[in-house]
Design a protein around this ligand. Structure first.
Ligand code: DC
Length: 216
């Protein structure tokens, strides 16, 4: 088993950037599990699959999906979907479908296999609790609701798909409720995860705090 730095936290807390830079700093591979859920969400959305489908039927639909990473790209059935999965809609689809058992079961082993093969910085919602409960180091990265909405607002502006502050706040609130209240693998802070609030910290300060905790 490789060494896994597991990072969980709500949408917009800065996990993606922090995890990417931390992985570079440690020389570990980055495992962005939200990207996997987004790719599955995109696959199901394109197929017109309803979120009300039974577990059995959903399991059959997902069997036709092949998702993974290749050369820094997120690949869905051979197609580079790195950009297509970064819209607000794709985030919502991922959040909705990720609450379903067949979707989580489909991605669980793939994530664990990655941790068997090499050292990882793994980020998502259930890294510290379900996927890597025995991770080498665990963090819960949080930020205030307004701070997270502002981050989302600026991200979407930079991407050229602007949304209003109200939309950003609504998106964050809806995702918080969905990701934390689902029955399977809900977002929660593991008892043994180090809690970091990034609201008043720069990315560099968050990384320094993590590196200090990791002790490397
Ligand atoms: O981190 P993100 O915004 O890319 O994640 C998109 C959605 O995917 C998130 O709202 C919930 C789901 N997700 C999950 O359920 N479990 C994970 N480990 C990662 C993401």
């Amino acid at each position: 088993m490789g060494r896994v730095v597991a990072i969980d936290g709500p949408a917009g807390a800065g996990k993606s950037t922090v995890s990417r830079l931390l992985a570079e700093r440690l020389g570990f591979r980055l495992l962005d599990t939200g990207a996997l859920y987004r790719a599955v969400g995109l696959f199901l959305r394109r197929k017109g699959v309803s979120c009300e489908l039974s577990d059995e039927a959903l399991e059959k639909e997902i069997a036709g999906a092949s998702v993974g990473f290749s050369g820094g790209m997120v690949v869905l059935n051979g197609e580079d979907v790195s950009t297509a999965i970064r819209t607000v809609e794709a985030g919502n689809d991922a959040s909705v479908f990720s609450a379903r058992r067949p979707v989580r079961a489909f991605l669980l082993q793939m994530q664990r296999d990655a941790g068997e093969q090499e050292n990882l910085v793994a980020e998502g919602r259930d890294m510290t609790t379900v996927v890597f409960p025995k991770a080498w180091r665990k963090f819960y990265l949080d930020a205030s609701e307004t701070g997270r909405a502002e981050r989302r607002f600026h991200q979407m502006q930079e991407k050229g798909s602007p949304i209003s502050m109200e939309e950003a706040l609504r998106d964050i609130r809806e995702r918080d409720i969905r990701d934390s209240s689902r029955d399977i693998a809900p977002l929660r802070r593991a008892d043994d995860a180090i809690y970091l609030d990034s609201t008043c910290l720069s990315i560099e300060q968050v990384i320094e705090a993590m590196v200090a905790e990791i002790g490397q």
